[in-house]
Design a protein around this ligand. Structure first.
Ligand code: ZN
Length: 128
């Protein structure tokens, strides 16, 4: 099974909890794994705690690790920092599925990390 959904972000760097949106795509009788994949080069996806201060810390850490300016790709479209930040996060996560539910830990959520917003992003969910 393969599905996708769109999510709109409202800031240049921001983190959105997409756990419920992902679970909505998973068939009720599914067992196995769900691969969640963001189809972009300037957004990433990860699994972590959706605590508001931590979400802010993720954004601050990415901005500290990868400076905003001074990159060669900026001569083309000015968003090298977003490409590099998204590479640190990766573009997919795999989550176990049991009886149509994501088998996440108590404090785990699926987080889309926007690195070059605001934009509308496409996320795919493949269950196997
Ligand atoms: Zn670019």
């Amino acid at each position: 099974m393969h599905a996708e959904f769109e999510i709109s972000t409202d800031e240049r760097v921001t983190t959105v909890d997409v756990t419920e949106r992902v679970e909505d795509q998973v068939p009720n009788d599914a067992d196995g794994t769900a691969t969640v994949f963001v189809k972009h080069t300037t957004a990433g996806i990860s699994v972590n705690e959706a605590e508001p201060r931590l979400l802010s810390d993720i954004e601050t850490a990415l901005e500290d690790i990868v400076p905003e300016t001074g990159w060669e790709h900026d001569e083309l479209d000015g968003n090298a920092d977003a490409h590099l930040r998204s590479m640190l996060l990766g573009r997919d996560v795999t989550v176990p599925v049991v009886d149509g539910r994501l088998d996440l830990g108590t404090w785990q959520s699926i987080l889309l990390v926007e690195c070059d917003g605001p934009r509308t992003r496409t996320v795919t969910v493949t269950c196997e």
